[in-house]
Design a protein around this ligand. Sequence first.
Ligand SMILES: Cc1cc2nc3c(=O)[nH]c(=O)nc-3n(C[C@H](O)[C@H](O)[C@H](O)COP(=O)(O)OP(=O)(O)OC[C@H]3O[C@@H](n4cnc5c(N)ncnc54)[C@H](O)[C@@H]3O)c2cc1C
Length: 418
Amino acid sequence: MNNPKIVVVGSGFAGLESAFYLRQRLGKRVDITVVAENDYFLFKPNTIYIPFGKPASDFYHPIAESFEKRHITFKHARATGVDPKAKRLMTSAGDVPYDYLLLATGSTMRPEEIPGLKEHAVTIWTPTEMEKVGEAFKTVITNAKSGKPQKVLYLVPPKNKCSGPLYEMVFMLDSHLRKLHLRDLVDISYASFEHTFIQAFGARIHQHVTEEFGKRGITGYLEWSVEKIEPGKAVFNDGQVLPFDVLVSFPPYAAAMKWDALPSDDRGFVKTDAGTRQVEGMPDIYAIGDAGDFPVKQAFLALLQADTAAEHVSQRVMQEDPTARFDPVSMCIMEQFNQATFAQVPLYTTGDPDWPVKVREDVPELYKVGSGKIWRVGKKMLGAAMPHAFHVGKPFHAGATWKVMEAGLVVMEAAFAD
Ligand SMILES: Cc1cc2nc3c(=O)[nH]c(=O)nc-3n(C[C@H](O)[C@H](O)[C@H](O)COP(=O)(O)OP(=O)(O)OC[C@H]3O[C@@H](n4cnc5c(N)ncnc54)[C@H](O)[C@@H]3O)c2cc1C
């Protein structure tokens, strides 16, 4: 009998986690192919350090050798479509047949949806954009050093689905300027369409950000939906205006790959079963990580979805009862330079586009928040451990590395979070 063919598309968090999970769980029982347009893994969360001097090259990790080590066929190509009836993935290097298909193609940015944003803002997403943010910060510092007051405005427009990194960067800039004794010359403000700060993370994180903004003298504006950007000013939908010398924004999100043959939402994200991540009506195709329709886009959630889908496929291959289900308990560590903030947040989806996820109230013991210097160590460890796990061809969250880190996390949570 031929081995079942499992094809994974994408070499990001969800793609690598699921491919290495499947190999770890199923051994030689299956043939695994990864189709990816990049032959590297980009550890996006740590690209926030680029504007503050870290080289972009630190965050690219070559991946072809890891596939070789784990006997995974790597097809360095762009997927262009899928024929679910014929069970074939179309790629720029020919068709690939599959029995099970895992789509992990991630998100892209749509700055052009806000008139003027592309022209007048520095945006965060790719390392190249982060370098431009760094250049803009250098100009702010040079001007402040020569005594010229500066205004830096951070902006989260509607349809952004991961506001956390922009909060990290506003706190990082504040800490950086304080270290240079230039903070008094730079006015920092933050405007978001959200109802609360980092809305997805609930009331405790909102309170934390509010307090930090207060301590640091950062002015926050909530429920401010930007309409357009003009030179030196952001115009909001109620006619209010905020001026800036530098505008830093995380643009609206859309799916990186529009799969025409698959059901998708208004942003192109593939519609899935909430528990299994199987594409609606197509049980042999899974959409995991940013590519799927879970309303919050996050690397940690991408790993959880990848593990769920990979386990679900494994159970089916092994003819076991497929019980694997995605439980969206989000986790992140937010850098601020002088400290970091840890959050573990059990979420549920509401179906309300205005407030698409909320914190589960039935498991208060899972909702944890903590701040302090010690959490910066945790952030550093994650940044080293995850690329290392992928480098050796192992899943991160479902592997030995996470088991060790999880044990440490339990101790850290008990001591430094509540
Ligand atoms: C600055 C920044 C900081 C962040 N910080 C955090 C954080 O602290 N914590 C956190 O949890 N999340 C964070 N995130 C979010 C996180 O990076 C994403 O949610 C995560 O990358 C999603 O993983 P993914 O595997 O779904 O997609 P990606 O990591 O984007 O991977 C998608 C892959 O698919 C490939 N691909 C796309 N289309 C095709 C195609 N047609 N054919 C072949 N290959 C294709 C891409 O090249 C890429 O390799 C941050 C994001 C940014 C931008």
